[in-house]
Ligand binder design. Structure first.
Ligand code: MG
Length: 137
C-alpha cells in the first residue's frame, strides 16, 4: 500500500473514531444532566475516561482488550459493516474504532502519556519528514 493511501486511511480512521466517540459521549446515560463540551479535545477525552475507568494494575488486560478490538475492527472492515448501512452500531467499523480509541486512551492514562502532547511532537517530526511529499492531500 502506498504511503499516501495509508495516511488517508489513518486520517479517515481518526476522524471516524473521534466523531463516533463524541456521539457516544453525548448519548451516554452516564452523561445525562452533564454539560458536554462541543469541542472535545484529546486531553479532555483522556480525563473523561480516567474519571470512571482507571485501573493501573490491569494495564495488561487493557492492552489485550486493545488487540482484541483491533481484530474486531479487521472483521468489521472485511465485512464492510457500517453504521449508516445497518442503523445498528453493534459490530460496525464505527463501534470498533470507538473501542480502540477508548483503550488507547485508557492505556495512555495508566502510563501517564499526554496524547495531545504526543500529537504535537509527532506532527512536528512528520512535517519535517514529509515536507517535500504530498502525502496528506
Ligand atoms: Mg468491540
Amino acid at each position: 500500500m502506498k504511503l499516501k493511501a495509508m495516511f488517508n486511511q489513518l486520517e479517515n480512521f481518526i476522524k471516524l473514531a473521534v466523531t463516533y466517540f463524541i456521539y457516544k459521549l453525548k448519548t451516554s446515560k452516564m452523561l445525562r444532566g452533564m454539560v458536554m463540551c462541543e469541542n472535545l479535545t484529546i486531553r479532555g477525552l483522556q480525563e473523561y475516561i480516567k474519571g470512571f475507568d482507571h485501573q493501573p494494575d490491569k494495564k495488561n488486560d487493557y492492552f489485550l482488550k486493545l488487540i482484541e478490538e483491533v481484530g474486531e475492527l479487521a472483521d468489521a472492515l472485511r465485512k464492510n459493516k457500517r453504521l449508516n448501512q445497518t442503523g445498528n452500531i453493534k459490530g460496525t467499523v464505527e463501534e470498533e474504532m470507538y473501542d480502540i480509541l477508548y483503550y488507547i486512551s485508557a492505556l495512555a492514562n495508566i502510563y501517564e502519556v499526554d496524547l495531545e502532547q504526543c500529537f504535537h511532537l509527532k506532527e512536528e517530526i512528520n512535517r519535517e519528514k514529509y515536507k517535500n511529499k504530498d502525502v496528506r492531500a
